[in-house]
Design a binder for this molecule. Structure first.
Ligand code: SAH
Length: 373
């Protein structure tokens, strides 16, 4: 149990009467003293990996990061980029970036890369430093996305992220059709226990939600849950501004869908789902990313949004079959089996292949490999 964090939350609830879900999750994840990302323990290797709470595509197989690297390399070649910023949001252990930089180090051409890393956790920063310093590129860390825009020197900027947006805090709203009532999910405290409650809101207080409801009204059931993340909104807006100022593209891989509907928030402890209030400060929270929301933001900024691909489509189109063949030539029996099982997990429709999506947007004049309008 993370008792200090739980006591801190209780004090906040007594003082404020209630917290909305977004604020509650914000404190759990990011509180400077007691939050989840600041209490990750290096010795116990708690967050990402087979022994941690969850395992991610770059940790499963090098094929993933290498193919993302080849995509970035092709983008640089086609657009004659020789001096770029590469920005990763939430780099975890730094494995994806390491595999990308290895691909670049194997090429003859000299592309100058400045690496920017948005990372909140001190422990994960230390992993990233260890994994990335060998390649000799300039590395810079930030804990707040708003500080990055001024550090890019007008050079084209490629922004990547894997399983970053799914872990940002969200709010949940409910719309009751017949009664025409909107509510927002809040957390309260009763006799020392946390519980969920709903607070009634006026539609004009939440125009982004009431507009969605107006648009889809006929399709909606009697009771509809709608998710919205203020963090996703501010981060995508900021990425758009970075691209508008410097040119470039965003490649975002995450599990998600193309609408804001349903209660998709889950908490995972040691690779198993747990009750939201049971392992506060110890489990990892995530929700499905709503790509239709991202599309809307990108279009409002007048940038180019491309058709979503599944992870399976992305990896197949980037040549995962050829890549595994080549790697297998120099691998021993054990390594070959490992490569094959990773390949299967990444692209199989029953595993990560279909639920994980690859989203891309860019400035309007860019040539972007494999993505279609
Ligand atoms: N991309 C990695 C890790 C995904 S886990 C992988 O695929 O393995 C999410 C990552 O985002 C972690 O590195 C976490 O510390 C970081 N993170 C989460 N919320 C953040 C925030 N608001 N600002 C900066 N980093 C954040």
């Amino acid at each position: 149990m993370n008792n200090k964090l739980i006591n801190h939350l209780k004090k906040l609830l007594i003082k404020n009467n209630y917290l909305d879900l977004n604020t509650f999750l914000d404190v759990i994840l990011y509180d400077k003293q007691f939050g989840f990302y600041n209490s990750i323990n290096r010795q116990k290797n708690e967050l990402i990996g087979k022994e941690g709470h969850f395992i991610t595509a770059p940790e499963i197989s090098q094929l993933f990061g290498e193919l993302v690297g080849i995509w970035i390399l092709q983008l640089c070649r086609e657009n004659h980029f020789h001096n770029i910023n590469l920005l990763e949001l939430g780099p975890g252990k730094g494995t994806l970036m390491r595999d990308i930089l290895r691909i670049f180090s194997q090429q003859k051409e000299n592309i100058k890369i400045k690496i920017h890393l948005l990372e909140f956790s001190k422990v994960l920063k230390s992993y990233q430093k260890e994994n990335l310093k060998q390649y000799g590129h300039e590395l810079k860390w930030y804990n707040n996305i708003f500080k990055i825009k001024d550090q890019l020197n007008d050079n084209p900027t490629i922004i990547i992220s894997n399983e970053f947006f799914d872990c940002l805090p969200i709010n949940q709203y409910k719309f009751y059709k017949t009664k025409n009532i909107y509510t927002k999910k809040i957390v309260r405290l009763d006799k020392n226990n946390f519980f969920f409650d709903e607070k009634v809101l006026e539609p004009q207080d939440i125009p982004f939600i009431s507009n969605i409801i107006k648009k889809d009204f006929d399709k909606l059931n009697e009771e509809t849950t709608i998710e919205h993340s203020p963090f996703v909104l501010s981060h995508i807006n900021q990425i758009c501004d970075i691209i508008l100022e410097n040119k470039g593209a965003n490649l975002l891989i995450d599990y998600g869908k193309n609408d804001p509907y349903g209660d998709t928030l889950q908490s995972v402890f040691k690779n198993e789902r747990s009750n939201l209030f049971n392992k506060i400060g110890e489990s990892d929270y995530s929700s499905l990313v709503d790509f239709s929301n991202i599309e809307q933001i990108v279009e409002n900024k007048n940038l180019q949004y491309y058709q979503l691909k599944t992870q399976r489509e992305f990896l197949l189109e980037m040549g995962i079959n050829k890549r595994i063949e080549n790697l297998s030539l120099n691998a021993n029996e054990f390594e070959r089996r490992d490569l094959l099982s990773g390949y299967e997990r990444l692209i199989s429709k029953r595993q990560m292949g279909d639920i994980f999506k690859v989203n891309c947007f860019s400035d309007k004049n860019l040539f972007v490999p494999i993505f279609k309008l």
